[in-house]
Design a binder for this molecule. Structure first.
Ligand code: GTP
Ligand code: MG
Length: 224
């Protein structure tokens, strides 16, 4: 149903999001390397899988099974049974994987509970300042548009991560992909690194909630 929430299982993040991911829109996580974007994706996917829901997980980074095992805390077999993992090796393969995930999600008999795209901009970034930059932008735009249509049409939450670049003028870290990506995401969370294992999630955009922040810790079994 529109307006429903899908808990990630990470208390501070769910609280920040008013209960969890919106089920009819895209949620973007952006932040520098090591901030915890992948951990949030893995934890959300694990929670859904343990709730017996299917998860389409598109991974461009080479997800570590050891990490997933630590997060699953003894229930890795149950998690793997519900994870539909795609590991594209190019932007073209990523586009195909997004198309396949959206087709599965639109098929109501399948019971897909979440689509994850981590990271949406790994291969896109490789096209920047090259002859294929326009093609890269178009491919990323089309993927996000298909994900938006699927989220709205099938009320399935979509979680995607985005990498950052340093704006030399302002000194700020900004998400890749420009305004199109920011418009495609109905919810945007920036993840900041704090000293040690501490991290901060900042809610920058939401349909019904104002700007807010929450802190959490990286532990051996994920985030707490
Ligand atoms: P990028 O994908 O590089 O942009 O980073 P990310 O934001 O996805 O960060 P990620 O979630 O991969 O890592 C967050 C933190 O988890 C890192 O700073 C590490 O401290 C920790 N970490 C990374 N890999 C492992 C691992 O295999 N085991 C454990 N326990 N911690 C890890
Ligand atoms: Mg990552």
């Amino acid at each position: 149903m529109p307006g429903d929430r899908c808990p990630t299982g990470i208390g501070p993040v769910d609280q920040l999001l008013g209960g969890g991911l919106e089920t009819d829109g895209l949620t973007e996580l952006y932040g520098e390397g090591g901030s915890g974007k992948t951990l949030i994706c893995l934890q959300a996917a694990t929670r859904l899988a343990l709730d017996d829901r299917w998860v389409c997980y598109i991974d461009t980074e080479g997800v570590s099974v050891d990490r997933l095992e630590a997060i699953a805390q003894g229930r890795i077999d149950q998690v793997l049974q519900r994870l539909l993992l795609a590991t594209p090796k190019s932007l073209e393969e990523q586009t195909k994987a997004v198309g396949a995930a959206c087709a599965l999600a639109r098929d109501t008999k399948r019971g897909i509970g979440l689509i994850v795209l981590d990271s949406a901009t790994f291969y896109y970034r490789l096209t920047l300042s090259s002859d294929s930059e326009d093609d890269g932008r178009l491919a990323l735009g089309r993927e996000l548009a298909e994900l938006v249509a699927t989220a709205i049409g099938s009320h399935i939450p979509v979680l995607f991560t985005n990498q950052v670049w340093r704006n030399q003028r302002t000194g700020d870290l900004e998400p890749l992909g420009g305004s199109f990506v920011n418009h495609a995401a109905k919810t945007i969370l920036r993840i900041d690194r704090l000293p040690g294992a501490r991290r901060r999630a900042v809610l920058l955009k939401h349909r019904s909630l104002g700007e807010a922040a929450a802190e959490f810790q990286i532990t051996s079994t994920g985030l707490s």
